[in-house]
Each structure stands twice: as structure tokens, then as C-alpha cells.
Design a binder for this molecule. Structure first.
Ligand code: ATP
Length: 201
């Protein structure tokens, strides 16, 4: 039987990937949407669409999309960001479904993605998990991880629904404030989701 699908999200630097890795350690398969989007971006058809939509300056010397140039362009223009999302999200959705169809030995799988609530994709999932952390901590973490300036992180944050609103939309919340340990929270959510699935079959 195809596995039930659960969403895992959170704003920039909240710790979605970190939480995803912890779910993996307890045997839950996790699809990291961002990683797959990067891979799909390099497919020849997609690269040629990028050139048409965003111009030669977004294509690197190797003929593949230059993600830095692309990010600079789309994060400065909401309409272009929307265009890029409209190109990539359907591809990721299909790729995820194909991947999920193979995970027949698991009661549920997780898709980790930054913008599930913004794109209304959250509705497609059985349950949604949100990772939260204070804004300043999130900025510090991304600056340290990516070596980028705080103002660039803030610019990207503007495109996301504020965390306090997402808390109301999520079924489960993981507090990643650096004080509350993550592992017990992940284990507890895993047990609750597993119990819900067992009850419904
Ligand atoms: P993005 O939205 O940018 O993809 P993300 O939500 O997936 O980020 P992570 O990449 O998991 O967030 O975490 C951001 C950075 O903060 C990483 O370098 C990670 O190692 C670090 N980090 C996450 N959680 C913690 C924690 N509880 N304690 C210390 N460092 C943490």
C-alpha cells in the first residue's frame, strides 16, 4: 500500500532539514523538496525554460542554471519568484509522488519543504508538522551556515507567512529554539502520527 504523506515545514533557518534527519534516524523516509528542486533545475528541458523566462544571465558557463544569479533575480521581484515556483513546483510534486509510490514498507513518508502553507500544498498532506525558532536565531543560523548577510536572509523571509500564523495552520509543532531538545519532540510526533494511522486502518 502507498505510504501516507506528511508535510514538514518551517520558515528559513528554523531547522526543517535537521528535524527531517531525525525522522530518518527513526526509519521514516524523508523527501527534501529543495534538494530535488535543485536536481530538477539541471534537467535540460528545465534549463532551457529558465533561459527563456529569466534570461541568459541566469545560465552559467556550463550551460546549467546559475542558482545564485537566479536567486538574486527572483528574490528581488515577487512576480519572477512566482514564475519560478510555477515552473518548479509541479515538477517536484510529480517527482515526490513517484518517490513516495516506492516507499511501500513504511506507514508514512515525509516531504520537507519551505513553502507548504504559502503554496497551499499543505492541504495535500495527511498531517503537517511545523518547525519553529525565534527569528533572530533563525537569521544567525542561516548566516553561519551559508555565509550570507543578515539583510539577505531578512529579504527572503519577507516572502514567507509569519511563523505565528503557521502555528495555527499546523497539526504538530516542533520547537527548535536551541533550548528544548529535538529528539523527544520528534519521537513524540512520530508516535502520535503512527497511532493515528493505526486507528484509521
Ligand atoms: P533552510 O530554510 O534555509 O533550508 P532549515 O529550516 O532546513 O533551513 P536547517 O538547515 O536544518 O534549517 O538549520 C539551519 C542551520 O542551523 C543549520 O546549520 C543547522 O545545523 C543549524 N541548527 C538547526 N537546529 C539547530 C539546533 N537545535 N542547535 C544548533 N544548530 C542548529
Amino acid at each position: 500500500m502507498a505510504a501516507i504523506q506528511v508535510g514538514l515545514t518551517g520558515n528559513i533557518g528554523s531547522g526543517k532539514t535537521t528535524a527531517g534527519r531525525l525522522f530518518e534516524t527513526i526509519g521514516v523516509p524523508v523527501y527534501y523538496a529543495d534538494d530535488h528542486a535543485k536536481r530538477l533545475l539541471n534537467e535540460p528541458d528545465v534549463a532551457s525554460h529558465i533561459r527563456t523566462l529569466f534570461g541568459d544571465e541566469c545560465i552559467g558557463a556550463n550551460g546549467l542554471p546559475d542558482r545564485k544569479a537566479l536567486a538574486k533575480k527572483v528574490f528581488a521581484n515577487t512576480r519572477l519568484l512566482q514564475k519560478l515556483n510555477e515552473l518548479i513546483h509541479p515538477l517536484v510534486r510529480v517527482d515526490f509522488q513517484r518517490w513516495a509510490a516506492y516507499q511501500t514498507d513504511h506507514p508514512y513518508v515525509i516531504m520537507e519543504a519551505a513553502i507548504l502553507f504559502e503554496t497551499k500544498r499543505a492541504k495535500q498532506f495527511y498531517k503537517n508538522i511545523l518547525v519553529t525558532a525565534p527569528e533572530e536565531l533563525r537569521i544567525q543560523r542561516v548566516c553561519a551556515r551559508d555565509g550570507v548577510a543578515a539583510r539577505d536572509v531578512r529579504k527572503r523571509m519577507q516572502h514567507q507567512i509569519p511563523e505565528e500564523k503557521k502555528v495555527q495552520m499546523a497539526d504538530f509543532v516542533i520547537n527548535n529554539d536551541g533550548k528544548e531538545p529535538l529528539i523527544p519532540q520528534v519521537e513524540s510526533i512520530h508516535q502520535r502520527i503512527s497511532a493515528l494511522i493505526n486507528k484509521s486502518v
